[in-house]
Every structure is written in C-alpha cells, then in structure tokens.
Design a protein around this ligand. Structure first.
Ligand SMILES: C[S@@+](CC[C@H](N)C(=O)[O-])C[C@H]1O[C@@H](n2cnc3c(N)ncnc32)[C@H](O)[C@@H]1O
Length: 208
C-alpha cells in the first residue's frame, strides 16, 4: 500500500505505522516555519516509522540534511525504500537503527521532530482492530498513560539540540497536563501547545 503525504508518496509494504492526517497537519506547519529559516538545517526525524516526516521536509525545503532514526528493522527498510521512491539525494540523509538516542552520542541538530508511540495502556480498548492487525504494537503503544516514550524522549532530547534549536512533538490531547509536568521537570522553559485540524491539542514546539 502507498499513501500520499505532503507531496510525497509513502510506501507501507513493510507493515509499518501508517501516517495519520493529524501528523500531516502539523508537519505542514513545521515546513512553513522552516521555509522562513535561512541557511542549512540539520534535522532529526526520530520514531521515524515510514520516514514520512523527514522525507516531507526534505522534499519541501531546500538545504536540509535529515537523520532518520527508528528502533524497528522493518521501519529502517521502509525508510530506505521511501527515500528512493521520492528520489531524495543520498547526500542529504542518514538512516540509523537505534533505541532512542543510544547511537546518536555527541550529535546536535537544529530541529528534532518526533511522533512517539503514545497510546495509553488504559485506552487500549479504543484501538481499532485494523490497527492492531496491520501496525506493530511497538509503533503505537506507549504504556502507562501513553507516556513511556514521551518521558524518555524529553529527558534526552535537549542534549541533542543546538543552541536556538527546536523540538516538535506529537501527543494525545489527554496527555497535556502530564506533558506539562515533564517539561517543567526536565527544565524546558520555552514551549507551546498547538491544536490539530480537529481543534484538539496535538503537538508542541519547544525552543532551546
Ligand atoms: C507513532 S510511530 C510514528 C511513525 C512516523 N514518524 C509517523 O509519524 O507516521 C512511532 C515509531 O517509533 C518507533 N519506536 C518505538 N520505540 C522506539 C524507540 N525506543 N526508539 C526509536 N524508535 C522507536 C516505532 O518503531 C515506530 O516506527
């Protein structure tokens, strides 16, 4: 199966997470913001899955280098397929299999984009059968409160950000109070929550 995502064609034949309309919505906003920025940009697309976020940025904004990172071998294969499918120059990307930032020691980015697995254990009953059948649990399940990966990600991410860098992250609207607590605990001071196309808080921007 292939789907369209912001001027890109995304192949899902390896059985990875299918890009959601909510993700498309915020990534479009991010691209609009990045287009205003001058100079070269080094981007990290972590929890990359099909690679849709990083590929859409590469395809729609000049002067970008993107590092794609996922823990799942299927995703790594899928990202490589999609980079070729969208004719992205091999000079403008790197693909790494890594558990979060484990293999990224010492690296720094201008922009970090993340769509972590965030379905809460308590809301498992809401997950459609089709999702359970076709998308790996590792790609959407976030444990207690859906916060397992969000917590780990936010604890580490700032170390990988250049001065003046930005983090964009997707989450479940119900997680806002907990995420706000995590952000304060991890000493992020400039952050803002944004709504999706359905008027629900869905993504945030953190500035370093
Ligand atoms: C919700 S999907 C997002 C996929 C894609 N970025 C998108 O927005 O459609 C989350 C992805 O995170 C990956 N993942 C889960 N745990 C991870 C970890 N500890 N480190 C890196 N990637 C992980 C999964 O394999 C999956 O591809």
């Amino acid at each position: 199966m292939q789907v369209k995502f912001l001027n890109c064609l995304i192949d899902l034949s390896k059985g990875v997470f299918k890009p959601r309309p909510e993700t498309k919505f915020w990534v479009k906003k991010v691209i609009q913001e990045l287009k205003k920025q001058k100079g070269k940009l080094k981007i990290l697309d972590i929890f990359s899955g099909s690679g849709c976020i990083g590929i859409a940025i590469l395809k729609n904004k000049k002067g970008v280098f993107c590092h794609f990172v996922d823990i799942d071998k299927r995703a790594i294969e899928q990202i490589k397929i999609n980079l070729k499918l969208n004719k992205i120059s091999p000079r403008s990307y790197l693909v790494s299999q890594s558990n979060l930032f484990e293999k990224l020691k010492g690296k720094k980015y201008d922009i970090i984009c993340a769509n972590p697995p965030y379905v809460a254990k308590e809301r498992l009953w809401e997950v459609q059968e089709s999702v359970k059948k076709t998308e790996p649990k590792i790609s959407w399940y976030g444990g207690k409160g859906g916060l397992r990966w969000i917590k780990k990600f936010l604890k580490e991410a700032k170390k990988f950000l250049k001065p003046g860098g930005k983090i964009f992250m997707e989450f479940d609207p119900l997680q806002i109070p907990e995420i706000e607590k995590i952000l304060k605990k991890e000493r992020y001071s400039h952050f803002q929550f944004y709504k999706d196309q359905f008027q629900r808080y869905r993504w945030l921007k953190i500035q370093n």
